[in-house]
Design a binder for this molecule. Structure first.
Ligand SMILES: [Zn+2]
Length: 118
C-alpha cells in the first residue's frame, strides 16, 4: 500500500516519467551518472568497498579503472572479489533502474548490497 502511494506521488510530481535518473530523481540519466555518480549507486558501491576493507570513497568510472589498474590486478583473491563486486554492482543497479522505470518496485541500498554479496 505504502509503495503504491509513493509511486502515485512520484507520478504526480512527474519524477518517474521525466528524463531524470530513476534512482535518485535528480540529474539526467546517463551511464556515467547511473553507475557511479548517482547517490544510490554511490551508496551501494561505497558499502561494497567497505565490506572489502577498501577504505576510500567511490570514484567515477575513469578513476575507478585507474585505481583498479594499480590495486586490483593479477589473480589475488582480493582482486577477484573486487571485480565480482564491481560487476555485481553494475548488474544490480541496471536491474534496479529497469525495475523502477517499469514500475515493478524499488529496493533499498542495503538490501541490494546483501543481494550482491549473496
Ligand atoms: Zn541518479
Amino acid at each position: 500500500m505504502e509503495s503504491l502511494l509513493t509511486r502515485d506521488r512520484l507520478m504526480k510530481w512527474g519524477a518517474i516519467d521525466s528524463a531524470g535518473c530513476p534512482l535518485c530523481y535528480h540529474i539526467n540519466e546517463c551511464h556515467d551518472h547511473l553507475f557511479f555518480a548517482c547517490s544510490y549507486s554511490f551508496g551501494v558501491w561505497s558499502k561494497l568497498l567497505r565490506l572489502q576493507s577498501i577504505h576510500r570513497t567511490a570514484k567515477n568510472w575513469q578513476e575507478e579503472k585507474q585505481w583498479a589498474a594499480t590495486y586490483a590486478t593479477g589473480r589475488s583473491v582480493k582482486a577477484e572479489i573486487y571485480w565480482m563486486c564491481l560487476a555485481g554492482a553494475i548488474y544490480h543497479v541496471w536491474l534496479e533502474r529497469n525495475s523502477r522505470v517499469f514500475r515493478e518496485g524499488q529496493m533499498e541500498e542495503r538490501a541490494m548490497v546483501r543481494q550482491i554479496i549473496q
